[in-house]
Design a protein around this ligand. Sequence first.
Ligand code: 5GP
Length: 206
Amino acid sequence: MIDEKGILFILSGPSGVGKGTVRKALFEEDTNLKYSISMTTRPMREGEREGVDYFYRSRQEFEEMISQRKLLEYAEYVGNYYGTPKQYVEEMIESGHDVFLEIEVQGALQVKENFPQGVFIFLIPPSLEELKNRIKERGTESEELILNRLKEARNEIEMMDAYDYVVVNDDIASAVEKVQSIVQSEHCKRERIAKQFKALLEVDHT
Ligand code: 5GP
């Protein structure tokens, strides 16, 4: 067995594009990916559970995590903090498991800085118009908030350049399938495999 580290996959994209839905559908399938549960200061929504959907913390607790450098990345989004606890990600990657992050774009850019060997997947809506409808259909947000999110989304789409893959979320099942193919392709990458075999040869030689 070749000693292999896990791969960090980062799914990101504009707000309202359906990152959470694609991620949930992906994890309903049989997968070896480990989902990194984020920490947030936003209130728990109905149907959500502590330690399943998020780790729900106070701003003070979250800011302690920041100052202790225990977050791989974090961002303030619509008035709340969201961040990725570092320890879980590091332990999983070191022990050979693939880790999956589903985060907004500011956080993804931080991961890109700190962990450039990650695989960055950008999820985009079929059109901005559809994005607008999806945000509106949520029905729980004010017009002002929707307009803010749309403005943010336009900027986010321009950030596509920082990513390795782009997946259009025109259909959840097909987006999930594409993400699964990306995971598989990354495991077949020549540079990754050659590196592992070379390391193995060096061990044999000594
Ligand atoms: P929601 O409040 O709808 O669950 O999530 C709002 C946004 O925060 C989504 O775009 C989601 O992808 C993002 N998000 C969730 N967890 C994290 C995280 O750990 N870090 C960052 N940067 N964004 C996150």
